[in-house]
Every structure is written in C-alpha cells, then in structure tokens.
Design a protein around this ligand. Sequence first.
Ligand code: SF4
Length: 370
Amino acid sequence: MSALLSNAITEAFVEDTTQGDERIRLEAELNLLRETIGGFKFATTKPYWNQKEKKEKGAGGLFSITINPYTCKGCAICVDVCDDNALTMVTQTKESIETLREDWNFWLDLPTTPPQYSRIDDLDEKVGALETLLLDKHNYQSMASGDGACLGCGEKSTIHLFTSTVTALLQPRVKKFIGKLNVLIENLENHIRLKLSNTVDLTDTQALMQAIQTFSGRDLTLANLSESLLAKHPGEPIDPQWLKRVTQMLEKLKDLRWRYMEGPSKNGRAEMGVVNSTGCTSVWASTFPFNPYPFPWTSHLFQDSPSVAMGVFEGHMAKMVEGFKTVRQVEMELAGGYDPEESGNFFATLTGSNSAKKSGICAHCGCDGR
Ligand code: SF4
C-alpha cells in the first residue's frame, strides 16, 4: 500500500500542470506526506475498501493494525484472533522495537476512525462486528499502560476489552443525557420567564405607550416598565412557593450538568470507576507511575472487595438519584405543573435501584433504563 501511495504521488506530480510557487508548495506538501507515512503499513480490505468503494466511489478507507510497543505483553491473543495471518509473532530486536515505536507515534497522530467505518449495527443488542468499537480512539484509550503486567499474560488485554466496551456502551448515553439537560435548562428558563411576564398585563397598549413616554430620554428597563404597568393594573400575584421551587430546580439542573461536564476535578465526570479484587490486577495496576486507568480505581482483599463495591455503587446511586428526581420534576413542571403535594410519595420512594423503572432514567448512566 505504501508503494502504491508513493507511486500515486509521483504520478500526481507528472500529471499536475501547476507552475511556479503553487507547484513548489504542492511538491513540498506531498513529499512531506510521503516522508511522514514512511514504512507505515496500510491495507485495502474487503469491508473497509472494496465494499465501501462499491457503494460509493471515494468512500473506501485504508486499514492498519498497529501494536503499542509500550504496553504489549506478547500474549499473542491478537495473533490468534486476527484472520488471514494478519499478524505473526517475530523475535524482538532493537530494530523491530524501533519500527513499532515509529508506527505507534504515527498512529497517535492520526485522527480517530470516523463512525461510518464501525461495523456495529446495535451495540446494546450485540449486533455486528463488536470488535470494531476499538477503532474509535476514545474507546481504545479507555485504558493505557499497566506495565507491571507479566510478559506473555493476556489479562491486561482482557480488561482493556472490558473498559473499551463499557466506554463504547455508556458514553453515548451520557452524551445524550447531557443534551437532554441542556434542553431542560433552556425550557425551564423560558417557562419561568413566560410565567413571570404573565403577571404583568401587556395587553393595555395605552398604558404601555404611556410608560414608554414617561421614560423617554432615560433607560427603559423591564423593571421600571413593569412597575409602571403594575401601578395601573395590579396583575396576578406571583406564587412565591412556586418561584422558589422552580428556581431551586433550575439550580439543581445546572449543578447536575456541571457535575457531568466539569465537576470538582475540572475534567468532568469520570467515565467509570473500578473496585478491584486483589490478585495480579492489583499489582500491575497500582505500580506508580504506570497506573493504567484514567478513572477512579481502588483495590481490596478478596473478602472485602464485594462489600466495598456494593457500598460505592449504592452511594453513587443515592447521589445520582437526587439529580434524576429533579429531572423528573422539571419534566412534570414543563408538562403542565409539578405539584409536590400530589407527587410527594412518588419522589420519597424513588431510589437508585428503582429509578429506571419508576422515572425512566437509570441512576447509573442517565439512560432510559434499558
Ligand atoms: S498484549 Fe497481546 S493482544 Fe495486545 S498487542 Fe500484545 S500480543 Fe497482541
């Protein structure tokens, strides 16, 4: 593939009729591309090239398998699962390590694979080529390093597949939930504004004109306009309980969004958390500075870890369910009015374990409870 690419660049030079500076710039850029690609291996494959090109000219993608030399343990799982002898084991030499490092650095600079090359039809239902979730760099990089792991052991590869799958499954739901929070915040703000403006009678155009004239030459603000109108038409009194309630809801929604997007760490909500049950995983995963998890991780002895995990999970659920109560209350308010008297019992008995069933929102990830 590299030879084909190099030939294509040479042919492009021959066919190109550009002259002068433009030609010099083009040659410099294409030569730079040829140099940067170097010996990096691409392949044209049936699913990513042939089939895509057949459907739409120019839609084919090049395929490459790159090994991370900094984390590979030589377990050979990838060699076993890749068909057609795509990978073979070779003896480690200084040169082979150097090539792997160069290839890996090149891979790091590449953008992630666009979603149209994922061959997953439905991840929830496990339909399609599920392994292609690893083509998404964010999923792949759900875990890194872990270099205290033993040579030849596939444990790290297995855990990597687990963290990547959880990331691929949950992160789109989290993104969707943040989108929902944005819409609710906007709608609630508009709802409050609208209700407050309803307390002022804006139908009396005479009174409106008079107020505008009164403030002629001075700044006309909503406050002094309302004051002037209310002097003529006392208007509807605002229910202070309602105003307090909806303002608190708005605050809580904004706080929930902040926790997802920024939070005390400024990095947003962690994508997962792990309670590890001792063993090898506790050794290679806790060897500073090679901790492989970019999320909270804790390790306990065999007999302790299940109870620690249950405690962490229950605590997390209890915390999250408070946010989801607010979401549900806001939805009720926007749908016609939330009445705390009427719905008090519903919310008093809403917990982390029944939130998906009762409110349609899972307290773990914000999904609709599937
Ligand atoms: S750790 Fe195992 S599965 Fe991963 S690249 Fe190395 S040999 Fe392949």
